[in-house]
Ligand binder design. Sequence first.
Ligand SMILES: Nc1ncnc2c1ncn2[C@@H]1O[C@H](COP(=O)(O)OP(=O)(O)OP(=O)(O)O)[C@@H](O)[C@H]1O
Length: 315
Amino acid sequence: MIEFDGVSRAFNGKAAVKDLSLQVAKGEFCVLLGTSGSGKSTTLKMINRLVEFDSGDIRFAGESVRQLDARTLRRRMGYAIQSIGLFPHWTVRKNIATVPVLLGWSRAQIDERIAALLALLNLDAQLLNRYPHQLSGGQQQRVGVARALAADPEVLLMDEPFGALDPVTRGVLQQEMLRIHRLSGRTIVLVTHDIDEALTLADRIVLMDNGEIVQQGRPAELLTQPKNDFVRDFFGRSEMGVRLLSLEQVGNAVRRGEWLAGEPIAAALTLRDALSQFIARRTDKLPVVDDRQQPLGVLHFGDLLQLREGLTCAG
Ligand SMILES: Nc1ncnc2c1ncn2[C@@H]1O[C@H](COP(=O)(O)OP(=O)(O)OP(=O)(O)O)[C@@H](O)[C@H]1O
């Protein structure tokens, strides 16, 4: 869907991105991860030509982005950023409708789309006539994502979209992005420097340093088969076990057919969340329910340890 072929970009003679080659498949959730200044944002912005590249080529659906009109290109790609970039003097409705209006959609089409986006992002219809400053940070970010998704773009580009949020809201929005990705199968490229966010969201992580890709692969691959010390250090040796747990859902480790009294946990939680529950409740067994709140089985603390070893070995 998106192909970088030996792409470089320098600012004032200093390379920001060096000879970068990368392929993002259709429907993939690709996360660009790296330290500050490693070139992630520049890489992202070159896709929709907010930043032009000096050499190499970037192809979108087989066509060089340089051959495409920049405005047309941007309308085909949703873009959401940390500072949200909502127009302050426009209502939420008008902000979300920006691209559909530019594309000449009818009022009825726009209203229908807005209703669908409100449902998708858990936003209250009462917010539509408010202005951005009358929303909480989390609501603003949701509106930012709704606006990026409004015209049903082929690709969604996101630059630290949840950066400014508290951990709880951030976690909720991450889960919503996963749901949107599952439902829509849309291609997403997201920039973050947050390792846990990358592990939670990515089909594939592209780890960057100093304008170059150091390693790319599935989250478990980077954790269990780090290519060099940089990758190992980046993911942090000491927290590796816990990070591995964050890749697996409770539902995959539950012993079905067993049941237990007590407050159940959801099968969709990660094993890392379950670990917190084991510790908080000082127990070694937790009842688990499915997404319809029906009993699914029991999660055993000991199974977590075995699974962790399994994941490490499998890598
Ligand atoms: N418009 C610009 N003018 C000059 N230098 C720039 C510009 N944009 C980026 N750079 C430089 O290019 C390098 C890569 O920046 P980039 O923003 O792509 O990194 P990043 O990995 O996204 O970092 P961060 O996580 O801090 O946003 C940095 O050294 C940065 O200072």
